[in-house]
Every structure is written in C-alpha cells, then in structure tokens.
Write a protein of this length. Structure first.
Length: 741
C-alpha cells in the first residue's frame, strides 16, 4: 500500500519506493505537513508538528494568531492571520477576503483521476502502481469544499498534487489565488535551483541562497516562459549531482505561474506552486468547481541526478501520450535557418532532394507557406496556401516530398493573427485587446482570443482543410509572442480575470483536437524557440523545439538545464550551418552533430549549400542517431560535468535500463595549452560487468582491445585525452560478460 492512514494519530503516510510523505490533522482540524524525505516506516510522534506557538500559551489554549504564523499547513489560506505565502485567497459576495479550512474526510483509491480540460500524469497500464489520496477540507463560513489530491507513483518516487475547489453555498465567490501545492518545512540552509533564461538562452541552471522573505520565480507572460521555467527545487547546501537532498516541484501547466519559497521569521520554509495570481480572478458561482493544475513533486536524497531520473521516468511512462514516444523519430530537415521566408516549391524540393541523398528522412516546411506571408509582418491567421510561392499548393509539394521517399511536415502558428491579414480585417474583435487602447504588437502580431469557441473553430477548420490536401506526417506548432492587453470581447467584467487561464485551457483544447483529428501526426510544440517547454505541452507533443539558438556550444547549457527535468528525447536538437546564425561561431560539424544527438535529431540548413566535406559526414551521423537514440530516449541520464570557465568541458552519459550499454559524450569547449588527459568517472554501470569500449571521433570508430570492468570505469574513471576548442568524442560501452562478485 502506497498510502496508509493511522486513525489513532490522524495521520496519512504516502510511501514511494524510496520516499515518505506524512500529513497530520490537529485536534482543531487543521491539516498540516509533518515530513517529506527518505522512506520511513512509521508515523510521526507527539512532536510531529511544528506547534511552537511562539509566543503564546500552552497546547490547548492556542493563541490563534501566533499558531497560524508558524503552523506548517498543507494548503494555507489567506486573510485570517497566516501572513506567509498562501495557496487559496477567496473573496465573498460582500467583497471580503478570508478563508479557513478544516479537515472533513478522506478517501484512498487505486489509480489516478483525470483533471478536466487539463494535462496531467496518468496511471497507465499498471493502475495499481499509483494510488490517490483525496483529503477533503471545508470552510464552514464560506461553504467551500477543497479536495486535495495526492497521487503516489511508487516506482518513480514522485507525488503529484492538485486541488479541486467547490462552492457548496449559495453566494458567488471569487478566487484570487488557487495554487496547486505547498510544502512547508524547517529550513536547512536551503538553496534554490531554477531554470532561468531569455529567448535563445533558455533554461540555464541557476542556483542561489534562499534569503529571508518571499522569493518568487514566476512568469506573467501568458506562457510558461524562457525567463523562468515552471520548476523550483530547494536543495541542501552540500547538494551535487550525486549527493544531497532535493525537494523539487514542476508545474504541468503552460501559462502564468508562481513558484515561491517563503523563508519565515521562525526559520520555516514554505514552498508553493500554482497559477500566478496576477490578473487572475475566477468566479465560482454556487455549485461550481475549479481545478488547479497539477504539480509534480520529487524528493531525492541522492542529489540532483536522482531527481532528474525520477522526472524523466515519470514523464516517459505517465505523461507523454504520443504514439511516437517510444519510437525513433525520423531525422528531419527544417528549412527555417536555410531559407527563412525566401522559398518556392522548387527550392524546397531541391533542399529535400539533397537531404534525401544523404539519408535525411523527413522534410519540414517552416513559416511562410500561407496567406501573403513573405516576411513576419503579415499573414498570420490566413491558413490557406500561398499559391504564388507554392505553385500547385501543398498537394504538389507534399506529393513531391513523399515521392522522394521522405515524410512531410509543416509549421503553423494557430494562436496568432497579423493585423495585416484577411482574418483580422474580417474579425478585428477576435484579437485579445483592451477597447480604446492601441494593442501592443510583438513580432508585428496580436494574439487571437481563442477562449471564444467560434475563433477556435474557424482557425481549426482552416488548418484542417489545408492539411486535408496532402498527407501531413509532422506538425510544428509555434507561438511567437507573450500576452498583454488582457481584454476579451467574449464577456463582461467577470470574464476578464479569467481570460489568461481560459486561454491556456483553450490552447489545450485546440491541441487535443489536432491530435484527435490527425492521430498519426508526429507533433512538436515550439514557442519562439523554447518559451513553452513545460510538462503541459509534453502531454500533447512528445518533443518540443528547445531553442532558436542552434549553436552547439550555446546548446550545452540550454540542453543541460532542459534535461535537468525533461527527458532528453523531448528536446528538438538540430545541426545548423556555420558560422552560426545566432552567435557567429564556427564549430566542427562533428560536434554540432554530437550535441544534437542528445535530443531529437535533425538538420536546419539549406542542404544544397552545405560544403561537400560536411555533407559527406551526414550519413554516418544519421546512422549514429539510429544506433544510439534508444539509449538516449529510454536510458538513465547522468550529468558527469558541466562546463564553466574553470572546467571548460562538458560531459554526460546515457545508460540503458539493463546497464548493458552506455554512451558518454565529451565536449571540449575550450582547449587549454599544456594540459594533460583527464579521468572521467562513469556512473550507473554494472560494477560486476566487463565492458567493451568503442571510441567515435571525427567519424572514425576505434574499438579498444582492452576490456573495462564496470567498477573501474565508475571509480578509477575513463581516461580522456586533451582536446582542442569545440572538439568532441563519443565513448560507447557495451557489456561483454559478467564477472564473479
Ligand atoms: C520561431 C521558431 O522557434 C523558429 O524555429 C521558426 O519556426 C520561427 N518561429 C518561424 O517564424
């Protein structure tokens, strides 16, 4: 049993393979947090709770205000005396804001419920591996019922959380905040780990000391954002990849979010995650309910590496639904960096042909095929083919690509409209904007009010008709601006505070329609590069474009940060031309490919213009992708080194589940004069196995005669010679036999 209840102590224990989470109920009915960490096989004792009451009288006659200031609530509420960050902030009909929740009842079930309209992890085939605790709390004054959902994924050491808030009274209530999860713990000199960035610099790992007060890591851009990913971990100071304690949360949501760590005056830390309260005001009429999106919590007592592997295996088995998730994806060529808007049918076919000759398997036509879109200041919303550019339409192009024996993919940006478009001229009120105020353009475009069904229907219909003219094998769904001027013509004042969340729900509904209408399509999400790389999007697409920065060296940090949480095969990673479009760097094609092999592999260049010397290397790279992708996509990931000024080399390892194979990728970022070789210690191998080593460098394979015991590789290490700037090597290990223990 993953979840047990101790009636005598009024405590709940949620056990996964290596962790336990304890919740208790006080005599007054407050629901509080007792413990989260390494697995324990007992419930909490008398002193389980932090009931310090500083200052204040003894146990039974609590000074309520002092009690509320320090009690570790499972789902804290705002307005009645707990001044720390809260999860729930409710306004009554009279305009007053206060809420207090007391324990009512519980239910434990095998499996896991779906969250209506929201992406969420699911139990999968082995239902019994997941159990869900429903804790029911009530506010008797507001007649509000809150159900806290905790699902325990035993094997993956993960707990998911959500909350359903129901108005059981007769008055209309307003939710100003409805967060999804809270973790209230004693401070242990915690540090925060977050993924920060910007366009073309997404998800760089960032670590900092947690200071007193409320630290917020958030997005109010309408998307989960490149500036901060919806991920927050609190780690003890000694934490490394291999050791130390980690408490992590990741939000299964693609819009505004707030991840907060609030270090209180008493030295307790409250960590919360949920929809950002900014511009959020949700009406909860009598009888209605609101579901807060899911948060995934992972605890690791063995450093960040173990946390990563928990997220990866949870998302692989219980979040990504695509039929492609366990398949090698076709190696693609995308024309964006090769041509931008400057193409016609002949040019695209020529690129596809040249790519086919070197073994590329799919051609993807990016932005610019529809309406009058010859640059980025017009055409969005006009989802019919530009026949001047693409003579013969999608039918002819699609046919030509398929005749080459390649798959055919296409780019769309369905959430947007250009003011210079037929769609906008016909329906100017379909854009999100505040009447009377000039809406702010970004990339010359506006955001469609997809919360309106007629807007969703019109866009989906146009796209469906375009797709029905030829066989589409792949779709890249892009989204190239943030949301502002939050105003909708769809409803009155009460609608406006709901718009941002309704937008995300509408986006999910549109993506669900696409994958239902075209179940065979391989679907890739994208947002100005990687602005919406989050678990919500992974529920719909098995891969996401990681960044518009395709420089292999820049990609090292981006991919390291992304892979800290998200499975490697979900990262779209392409080899592009040199000098690189974003930073002008010249990196050998070998290293460009080795870095892209860490994700879902492809090319993004004009193959007709690639130097012959480089072209010759492509068949070997494609063969390597197919040879090793199973290891990357299904194996365990270990981060062996992260490059910085002092250590200008980067290294990671993928180990198959049965530990019979491993691939170590080593990239020398900058060479150093007069330095020797270095030992790199492998991880996750079988210590009693003997491995055969193949070294892959510059397209050459060298099979080493010597055999390498797993324990030696993990403890002595693998000796790697000094390399020059931007050089890289792959080390492939294959188990040959077992040794006597
Ligand atoms: C942003 C994407 O990240 C790029 O890959 C490309 O598709 C452009 N948009 C096209 O406008």
């Amino acid at each position: 049993m993953a979840i047990t209840y101790c009636r005598e102590k009024e405590q709940f224990r949620l056990d996964s393979a290596h962790t336990s989470y304890l919740i208790g109920v006080t005599q007054e009915g407050y629901v509080g947090h007792i413990y989260y960490g390494e697995r324990v096989n007992c419930f909490g004792g008398e002193d389980a709770f932090r009931l310090d009451e500083v200052p204040g009288p003894g146990k039974r006659k609590r000074e309520k205000c002092a009690f509320l200031a320090s009690f570790p609530f499972e789902y804290p509420t705002a307005g009645v005396g707990d001044f720390r960050d809260s999860c729930l902030d409710v306004e009554n009909e009279a305009g007053q804001r206060g809420c207090e929740l007391f324990y009512d009842s519980y239910k434990i079930e095998t499996g896991k419920p779906l969250l209506p309209g929201l992406p969420a992890t699911f139990a999968g085939d082995e239902e019994e591996d997941v159990q869900t605790l429903y804790l029911i709390l009530k506010d008797p004054v507001l007649k509000l019922k809150v159900t806290l959902l905790y699902s325990v994924f035993e094997k993956e050491d993960a707990i998911t959380r959500s909350a359903v808030i129901e108005n059981e009274g007769t008055q209309r209530l307003m939710l100003h905040r409805a967060a999804s999860a809270c973790l209230d713990m004693d401070n242990r000199a915690f540090e925060t780990v977050t993924l920060e960035g910007a366009w073309a610099r997404e998800r760089h790992p960032q670590r900092g000391r947690l200071l007193r007060g409320r630290s917020e890591f958030s997005s109010i851009r309408g998307v989960s954002s490149p500036q901060l990913n919806p991920f927050l971990a609190l780690v003890t100071p000694e934490t490394t990849q291999r050791a130390g304690e980690v408490y992590a949360m990741n939000f299964v949501y693609s819009g505004n979010f707030a991840a907060v760590a609030d270090l209180s005056m008493y030295g307790s830390v409250r960590m919360t995650m949920g929809i950002h309260p900014w511009q959020f005001a949700w009406n909860l009429c009598a009888g209605e309910s609101f579901t807060a999106p899911e948060v995934v919590m992972v605890y690791s007592g063995e450093g960040l590496g173990k946390m990563t592997r928990s997220f990866h295996s949870l998302y692989r088995k219980h979040l990504i639904r695509s039929p492609y998730k366990d398949k090698d994806r076709p190696v693609l060529i995308n024309n964006w960096e090769g041509t931008y808007f400057d193409f016609d049918t002949e040019k695209l076919i020529a690129i596809a042909k040249a790519a086919k000759e070197v073994g590329v398997e799919m051609f993807v036509m990016d932005d610019g095929w529809f309406g009058k879109r010859n640059n980025d200041d017009c055409g969005l919303g006009d989802w019919y083919v530009n026949e001047e550019k693409l003579v013969g339409g999608l039918t002819r192009l699609g046919q030509a690509i398929h005749d080459l024996g390649m798959k055919f993919g296409i780019w769309i940006e369905p959430e947007m409209v250009s003011p210079d478009s037929d769609l906008f001229r016909a329906h100017p009120d379909w854009a999100i904007q505040i009447p009377g105020r000039e809406p702010t353009l970004a990339r010359h475009q506006l955001v469609l009010d997809i919360t309106r069904k007629e807007v969703r229907d019109a866009v989906c219909d146009m796209i469906r008709s375009a797709f029905n003219t030829t066989k589409i094998d792949y779709v890249k769904w892009d989204m190239n601006r943030y949301l502002c001027d939050i105003g909708s013509a769809a409803g009155g004042p009460e609608y406006q505070g709901e718009l941002l969340h309704r937008y995300v729900l509408a986006l999910y509904e549109m993506q669900e329609r696409l994958i239902t209408d075209f179940p065979d399509i391989l679907f890739e999400n994208c947002s100005s590069g990687g602005a919406r790389f989050d678990p919500g999007m992974l529920y719909f697409s098995p891969q996401i474009w990681t960044s518009d920065d395709t420089d292999a060296i820049e990609r090292l940090h981006i991919q390291e940060g992304t892979a800290l949480v998200y499975p490697m095969e979900t990262m779209g990673a392409h080899v592009s031309k040199c000098p690189n479009e974003q930073v002008g760097r010249m990196v050998p094609i070998e290293t460009r490919a080795n870095v892209a092999l860490a994700g879902t592999f492809g090319y993004e260049l004009d193959m007709t213009r690639l130097p012959e010397e480089e072209k010759k290397k492509i068949p070997g790279q494609i063969a390597r992708y197919h040879r090793f992708h199973g290891l990357v996509a299904g194996g365990d990931y270990y981060r062996l080194n992260s490059w910085c000024e002092e250590e200008p080399w980067d290294c990671w390892e993928n180990v198959s589940e049965d530990r019979a194979q491993a691939l170590i990728t080593y990239v020398q970022v900058l060479g150093r004069p007069n330095t020797g070789s270095r030992l790199v210690r492998a991880e996750g191998l079988d210590p009693y196995a003997v491995y055969h080593l193949t070294i892959l460098k510059d397209g050459e394979e060298t099979e080493m005669k010597q055999e390498f015991p797993g324990s030696a590789l993990m403890h002595f290490g693998l000796r790697i010679p000094a390399l020059g700037d931007f050089q890289s090597v792959l080390y492939y290990l294959e188990k040959t036999r077992e040794e006597e223990p």
